[in-house]
Ligand binder design. Structure first.
Ligand SMILES: [Zn+2]
Length: 71
């Protein structure tokens, strides 16, 4: 099996970018700002342990689903 290094680098870059996107999104949601899901345009909601066993940030359709640990 050979790995296309260029493809690999592009993949790493993309996941890094989405990581920072996610961080930004989390900060906005936690600050109480309305952030819409990029896929379905529904507002994202923060679920804390008091609200749901599955904690994190999700939209109604769960196309955006970021798991968060409230340890
Ligand atoms: Zn969605």
């Amino acid at each position: 099996m050979s790995i296309d290094l260029k493809q690999f680098a592009a993949l790493q870059k993309a996941s890094k970018a989405s990581f920072f996107d996610q961080q930004k999104l989390m900060k906005q949601v936690m600050a109480g700002k309305t952030v819409l899901c990029k896929t379905c345009n529904q507002p994202l909601k923060l679920y804390t342990p008091a609200q749901d066993q599955l904690t994190g940030i999700r939209c109604a359709k769960k196309c955006t689903d970021i798991a968060l640990d409230f340890a």
